[in-house]
Design a protein around this ligand. Structure first.
Ligand code: SF4
Length: 691
């Protein structure tokens, strides 16, 4: 048995530290790392069962062209040639990368550099677009930079914890344990704002089961209440916040308690209790997640939350912050390198000065001029023939993108599709002309950043199996074959990390908070031994924000009208996660014990709807939307509001003939962030006869 290796969990954005002891050829004992700041030794069920997922069943172990095994040289030459030819014939905008929050920061950095600095396009987007891009857009509007102004320590120090659109007990279990600990230690109050009565909501002092899509009204009402009841921080507003003309007058319209209660369809007495508690509790942390981000008005919802915190001065102080918790293990690392179509690099946008700086730093032949195609538009462009060569890394968009049938049609028609992944056969790799075997968790080395900005090392436990290679290696080999040898002469992830740290501080005049000054110092040994650390200290503790005038901004946001139910699609469909599954189950599906929690996909229905529609608990029903339909087993209960349905996202063609949720949502996105709305799709449900 070897000595324990300190690494980081492969799943959610909590970013728990793991102590992994290799016990055999592909066997490992997993324990929580007691010294990691995110979890102090705790692990949830998914993390605890990681050891069951490290076998080689179903792994892609060799490069493949079509269905035939080939050599790395032939596969890489083909990818480089087809990208080069496509760019030469149709321009840099005709190619795209679609990458993943599962990639390590070093992988993300190399992919972003290749696309933006050498190919010269910003058509690189990520499945993190589906997870937290509304938070990114909201932070940039309010603070001038995508900075999460909170840490897990704030949860420990809060007197009031507000959870908006987050089933934290299931989706971020170790954060939830900290919330429970704060309740036990300090008597912190818990308010849950969520249309569903989830396991998290069951624990709340106040649960506001609001009408889907009415979050802006609820938060604007909270701000109006705070103003009317003396809870604003006038000195902070005066010194540190820009307030647009007419902001407070606009807020006076329709944001009284009774109007908000009606709009949100919640009891006025419960709403009043929340507002009263909020007004008198300076140490308030508002955590939000997919229920906010995955909305067609997600960015406005984020800014309704940031407005409340800025106006009450509840930011930059212990126990007081708006806190976006991320879904994926490295969504934050991707944001830091700028691996999104909407950012350039290292928290910089496409302003001319930034473009010149990054191009000079990379010694690049070109630089992307403007933002590229965000996920929904990117796959639409594939379907319309505007993207002719697409490289998908470590993700499964044929299942996870909204309106997945159209995405599959687009992939089938695309002239050249490359998939680099750990798994041999995914719903997406069926459309690949070239498949490249990537290193899995437990085989790769690099860094990840969690929801609170803590950067931790992922470390290899096993040798690379078959011919698998790390993603950074695959990308740099293609770049070198496209003609850019010097700029991609990396031999190890530590070299990429050091370059990333240098870029984060390169001619940074101190205005940007994201700066890894000093962290790239030392050689490979320092990188190997690097302990977890959180960058940015306590953001905005001095009241200065990374805007031109150093002030944060209140952003006027108004509640949009909520559409009435449609005649043919009278239900509202919500989608989300189960406690013990992850994304499309390519990893959690390998751990049999995790299937015990929920063995099959259920559609959760309110008893009134079940009675009206003749649905039987445990029977089958077909859920349909204008995009498609799929079967589910019916679970009747009052966790849903009447007229609303909930289904899980995990099952796919590869795992089941039922529960194919990716077929159902609309390919519509928030106009500012580009994040698709998965939470309120017009739908219908009908019983399916069984014999
Ligand atoms: Fe892994 Fe998230 Fe569970 Fe922590 S909370 S063990 S990071 S899945």
């Amino acid at each position: 048995m070897s000595a324990p290796v300190r690494t980081t969990c492969a799943y959610c954005g909590v970013g728990c530290g793991i102590s992994a002891t290799v016990t055999g050829e592909r066997a490992v004992r997993i324990e929580g790392d007691p010294d990691h700041p995110a979890n102090a030794g705790r692990l949830c069920s998914k993390g605890r069962h990681l050891g069951e997922t490290v076998g080689l069943d179903g792994r892609l172990l060799h490069p493949m062209i079509g269905r035939k095994r080939t050599s790395w040289d032939r596969a890489l030459d083909l990818v480089a040639r087809r990208f080069r030819e496509t760019i030469a014939q149709y321009g840099p905008g005709s190619v795209a990368f679609y990458i993943s929050g599962q990639l390590l920061t070093e992988d993300y950095y190399v992919a972003n550099k290749l696309m933006k600095g050498f190919i010269g396009s910003a058509n690189i987007d990520t499945n993190s677009r589906l997870c937290m891009s509304s938070a990114v857009a909201g932070h940039m509007r309010a603070f001038g930079e995508d900075v999460v102004p909170a840490s897990y320590d704030d949860i420990d120090a809060a007197d009031l914890i507000v959870l908006v659109g987050s089933n934290t007990a299931w989706c971020h279990p170790i954060v939830y344990q900290r919330i429970m600990a704060a309740r036990a230690a300090r008597g912190a109050q818990l308010v849950v704002i969520d249309p569903r009565r989830t396991e998290t909501a069951e624990e709340a002092d106040i649960h506001l089961a609001l009408r889907p899509g009415s979050d802006v009204a609820l938060m604007n009402g909270a701000l109006a209440w705070c103003r009317d009841n003396g809870a604003l921080d006038s000195a902070f507003l005066e010194q540190h916040v820009s307030t647009p003309d007419g902001f407070w007058d606009a807020l006076a319209e329709g944001n009284d308690l009774w109007s908000v209660a009606r709009t949100c369809d919640v009891p006025a007495a419960d709403l009043r209790r929340f507002y009263e508690l909020l007004a008198v509790t300076p140490r308030t942390v508002t955590l939000f997640s997919q229920g906010v981000n995955q909305s067609l008005t997600g960015t406005d919802q984020v800014n309704a939350i940031t407005n409340l915190h800025l106006a009450t001065g509840r930011i930059g102080k212990p126990g007081a912050a708006p806190f976006s918790i991320t879904g994926q293990p490295n969504a934050m690392g991707g944001r830091e390198v700028g691996g999104l179509a909407s950012t350039l690099a290292a928290h910089m946008d496409f302003a001319p000065d930034n473009r010149a700086l990054v191009q000079r730093f990379w010694a690049a032949p070109t630089i992307a001029e403007k933002p590229g195609l965000k996920a929904v538009d990117l796959f639409r462009a594939v379907g319309e023939g505007r993207i002719k060569a697409l490289w998908i890394m470590a993700t499964n968009p044929a299942v996870s993108m909204p309106d997945a049938s159209r995405v599959r049609e687009a992939l089938a028609d695309c002239p050249f599709v490359v998939v680099s992944d750990v798994i041999a056969d995914t719903d997406t790799s069926a459309f690949a002309h070239v498949r490249l075997p990537a290193a899995a968790w437990g085989e790769k080395d690099g860094t990840v950043t969690n929801s609170e900005r803590t950067i931790s090392r992922q470390r290899a436990l096993f040798p690379l199996p078959g011919e698998a290679k790390p993603d950074w290696w695959i990308i740099k080999e293609v770049a070198r074959r496209m003609g850019w040898k010097t700029a991609f002469a990396y031999d190890r992830p530590a070299e990429i990390w050091r370059e990333h740290c240098r870029l984060s501080t390169y001619r940074n005049d101190g205005a940007r908070l994201f700066a890894l000054a000093g962290h790239g110092a030392g050689g490979n040994a320092a990188y190997d031994a690097m302990p977890p650390f959180r960058w940015g200290g306590t953001p905005f503790a001095d009241g200065r924000f990374p805007t031109a005038d150093g002030r944060a901004r209140l952003v006027p946001v108004a509640q949009k009208p909520i559409a009435a139910p449609l005649r043919d699609w009278p239900m509202t469909l919500n989608t989300g996660r189960y406690r013990d599954q992850w994304h499309t189950m390519t990893r959690t599906g390998l751990a049999p014990k995790l299937a015990r929690h929920r063995a099959e996909p259920l559609v959760e229905v309110h008893p009134q709807d079940a009675d009206r529609l003749g649905l039987v608990d445990g029977g089958l029903a077909r859920v349909s939307t204008p995009q498609g339909g799929s079967l589910y087993r019916v679970a009747i209960g009052d966790s849903q509001r009447p007229g609303e349905l909930f289904v899980p996202i995990h099952w796919t063609d590869k795992t089941s003939s039922a529960g194919r949720t990716g077929l159902l949502p609309r390919p519509l996105a928030d106009p500012i962030s580009g994040q698709p709305g998965f939470k309120a799709t017009p739908a219908a449900i009908a019983a399916v006869a069984t014999r």
